[in-house]
Unconditional design. Structure first.
Length: 178
């Protein structure tokens, strides 16, 4: 009887142990972006006289495959609904605002789990694990020789009242998305 009891206890102990790989700390939100895509939506809104663009930025180690799925690990910063004076992003300071004027972009919002406006996606091994939506901020665009230099400032909505600051310097890819 003791052998059976010990066998059962041993079997339960073995079954309750799992081969879980220890999870290390999640990657930090990147503040430097190496790939930038300017998406051109043209005069997207009938009631808005301005051209509309979006910025899609990727940190080192993160790319998209041919089906537009994440590959690798890193950070994706996305800003939709950027209202332009002309057809491309120009040098200047842009701010989040709902006026739909040139040199503004819409604040971030979360619609039932679907972010829009300003948001950051953290990705690990091709899977998104965190999304942060920013309700306000600015971006300053400069031209340095052949490169576009963009600095982002987004206040955090937390007790510490810190700021997420990010940067891109490089050649923006241009994609038409009408």
């Amino acid at each position: 009887m003791k052998k059976i009891l010990y066998s059962w206890l041993l079997a339960i102990a073995v079954c309750s142990c799992s081969q879980n790989t220890p999870v290390g700390p999640r990657p930090q939100v990147a503040s430097e972006f190496v790939t930038g895509i300017e998406e051109d939506y043209g005069k997207y809104y009938d009631s808005v006289p301005h051209q509309v663009a979006a910025l899609d930025l990727y940190s080192e180690g993160l790319t998209l495959d041919s089906l537009q799925r994440y590959q690798g690990s890193g950070t994706n910063l996305y800003i939709s609904d950027i209202f332009l004076k002309d057809s491309l992003l120009e040098v200047g300071t842009y701010r989040s605002d709902t006026t739909l004027e040139a040199f503004t972009f819409l604040p971030g919002k979360n619609f039932e789990g679907n972010p829009t406006g300003i948001y950051v996606v953290q990705v690990e091994k091709g899977k998104a694990f965190a999304v942060t939506v920013y309700t306000e901020g600015t971006m300053e665009i400069k031209q340095v020789h052949d490169s576009t230099d963009i600095t982002f400032h987004f206040p955090l909505q937390s007790a510490q009242k810190k700021e997420y600051t990010a940067h891109f310097r490089g050649i923006l890819q241009h994609k038409v998305r009408k």
